[in-house]
Design a protein around this ligand. Structure first.
Ligand code: 5GP
Length: 189
């Protein structure tokens, strides 16, 4: 198997594509923070029917939980960007692989990312989306690697600030695996 759990329940260590990862944020901690973010967004956007734009593939798990923590009317759409592929560091190249379907002109838009690393993907998306003239444009990132910043991007809602290390799970992959883990794991040095 390309991904192996070394114990049952919430494993402390997993192996993925031959590399070892240790538990970093357990599922309960993630769920508590996602609930808080949902409450904040519900309060800030009351009466505005925001549209949340998830960035595929990584953000689909976070977005699925986040919208269920939101208690006001909201809509969802997706766009897809190129990812790391099977690498553990950003290539610095961003390509759009799928555009949004929704008409976001005069809409309140929230871009939902699993992780902001160099900031290049978020900068790229914000530029693209601004061209559609939304009424407002805000950003949500479950994870932020502040030390990895190459371009400053405005982050309005951040789940966790994390060190500049490679993480997997809860939507984040390594070579397309580990997205199905409920907890987040960090690469062991
Ligand atoms: P950025 O453009 O900010 O450098 O990177 C954003 C994208 O890179 C994220 O949406 C995610 O797909 C990927 N990424 C950045 N850091 C990590 C990480 O630690 N683990 C995984 N699996 N993907 C990451």
């Amino acid at each position: 198997m390309a991904c192996t759990f070394f114990s049952h329940a919430v494993p402390e260590v997993v192996e993925c594509h031959g590399e070892r990862f240790r538990l970093f944020l357990d599922a309960a901690t993630i769920q508590r923070r996602v609930a808080e973010l949902g409450q904040e967004i519900s309060r800030d956007y009351a009466g505005k029917r925001p549209i949340l734009i998830g960035v595929l593939n990584g953000a689909f798990v976070f977005l699925a939980d986040l919208i269920r923590a939101i208690t006001i009317d909201c809509e969802v759409d997706f766009l897809k960007l190129s990812s790391y592929g099977a690498e553990k560091v950003s290539s610095g190249q961003v390509y759009e692989l799928k555009k949004i379907d929704a008409d976001i002109r005069n809409r309140h838009v929230l871009v939902v990312e699993d992780i902001v690393d160099t900031g290049l993907s978020m900068q790229f998306m914000l530029e693209r989306l601004k061209a559609h003239e939304p009424a407002s444009l805000a950003t949500v990132a479950l994870l932020h690697k502040a030390e990895a910043t190459r371009v400053e991007v405005p982050l309005d809602y951040v789940g966790f600030r994390i060190p500049n290390q490679f993480v997997i799970g809860y939507g984040l992959d390594y070579g397309q695996l580990a997205r199905n883990f409920s907890s987040i794991y960090v690469l062991e040095n």
